[in-house]
Design a protein around this ligand. Structure first.
Ligand code: HMG
Length: 388
């Protein structure tokens, strides 16, 4: 039985900061951010947006077009959840007015949470082929103003419907994965700013890629030549290529050229949105599918997921006949192009306007553009959401 991604939805905030301007403001050569790190723009969420509103917005791209009576699971993969106990998934389920007889929960393992959700959904559909699962990967990457990680911030969500006979891409049962207890990136519960050992995390990402790929090659007998493209988790667009470069020289020229060209296409959206943690690998997938004119039904795509802390997984999927019909290239490009550019000062004000970690009531600025769902604030320590 084929199981995989039947629908894809994408959302990222309507505001961004230009990274050449940010570099100048921080006294850095803009080429470091744009060429060295590979980021041009960065999505900035207003306080009225969080992983719940962004996740609901991403799913709203297709949720009214699917048979909701088949839905058996709603999973939110996030590492920037809005509560330490209650899952954001149940709020999304309510905002989207989904059926109640659904298993609903949130998964956390840094940027791996989206893939963890996807694999749980795959197993669920394998056991219940007539059911579907909604997996949402949503995050706001925050390291702090003028911090080393500032250039790798971002915000957004990807929603995926997992089903039998998927319309877009299968998820093959061929995963190679590994986990280890390391401190390369983490976020203590008292802060909304992530801590990262930048260079160490980059090294660990590469090591996890190499080990997962070696294990995958050995268990499947496949090689890079068998892939039309490799999508990677993209904390910044240079990162996946740093890992791929360690294995590409073993390949023939044609394979190298193909993997390089497809990789470049997979980075187009991340370059303009930034790191969306759990959703970044799936943002790369959407970017590739909507940018490339060199992909065909039957092509095998590689997927490398990395979540600090750390878990790495490599798996593959086959593109399905007519997959392009189920994408939203024009809508996504229009959205990116229509966003409002913030000056660095405006970005800093928006960054500092976030709902604080505090017991007091708080009202967000609901005049800012947030898509179809909005966090209006916190009253008596309860977050209040509306569907616009
Ligand atoms: P940095 O130390 O400021 O950057 O931090 P750098 O000095 O390493 O420079 C970056 C690149 O720019 C280098 O190229 C420089 O040569 C180049 P490379 O050696 O990498 O090829 N450069 C220039 N290029 C052109 N013109 C110039 C110029 N100057 C320098 N003038 C870092 C970069 C990414 C480490 C930092 O932003 C950071 O700490 N980010 C957060 C952590 C992170 O993203 N780690 C990635 C791996 S871990 C991961 O993926 C998991 C994660 O998504 C979280 C999760 O799992 O939940 C983060």
């Amino acid at each position: 039985m084929k199981i995989g991604i039947d629908r894809l939805g994408l959302y990222s905030p309507n505001y961004y900061v230009d990274l050449a301007e940010l570099a100048t403001a921080r006294g850095v050569d803009p080429n470091k951010f744009i060429i060295g790190i590979g980021q041009s723009e960065q999505a900035v969420p207003p306080a009225a947006e969080d992983v719940v509103t962004m996740g609901a917005n991403a799913a709203s791209e297709f949720i009214d077009d699917i048979d909701q009576s088949k839905l058996g699971m709603v999973i939110l993969g996030t590492e920037t959840g809005i509560d330490a106990s209650k899952s954001g998934a149940v709020i999304i389920q309510n905002l989207l007015q989904l059926p109640k007889h659904v298993r609903t929960y949130e998964i956390k393992q840094a940027c791996y949470g989206g893939t963890a959700g996807l694999m749980a959904a795959r197993d669920y559909v394998a056991a219940h082929p007539d059911r579907t699962a909604l997996v949402i990967a949503a995050d706001i990457a925050r390291y702090g103003l003028a911090s080393g990680g500032e250039v790798t911030q971002g915000a957004g969500a990807v929603a995926m419907l997992i089903s039998a006979d998927p319309k877009i891409m299968t998820i093959e049962d061929d995963s190679a994965f590994l986990s280890d207890d390391i401190m390369d990136f983490w976020r203590p519960v008292y802060t909304d700013l992530a801590l990262a050992k930048g260079k160490y995390s980059t090294e660990k990402y590469i090591e996890f890629f190499q080990q997962a790929w070696a294990e995958y090659k050995q268990s499947t007998g496949l090689d890079l030549a068998d892939f039309a493209a490799i999508n990677c988790h993209l904390p910044y667009t240079k990162m996946g290529m740093k890992a791929l470069k360690t294995v590409l020289p073993d390949e023939d020229e044609q394979t190298q050229a193909r993997i390089n060209a497809r990789y470049a296409e997979s980075t187009n959206y991340s370059r303009r949105i930034g790191n969306i943690y759990t959703g970044s690998l799936y943002l790369a997938l959407i970017s590739l599918l909507e940018s490339s004119t060199d992909l065909h039904a039957g092509d095998r795509l590689g997927m490398f997921s990395y979540g600090s802390g750390a878990v790495g997984e490599f798996y593959s999927g086959f593109l399905q006949e007519g997959y392009a019909t189920y994408l939203n290239k024009d809508g996504h490009l229009q959205h990116l192009n229509d966003r409002k550019k913030l000056s660095v000062a405006e970005y800093e004000t928006m960054f500092n306007s976030k709902v604080p970690y505090a017991a007091a009531d708080f009202a967000t600025d609901t005049t800012l553009n947030t898509g179809k769902f909005q966090l209006t604030g916190v009253v008596d320590q309860e977050r209040k959401y509306v569907r616009l």
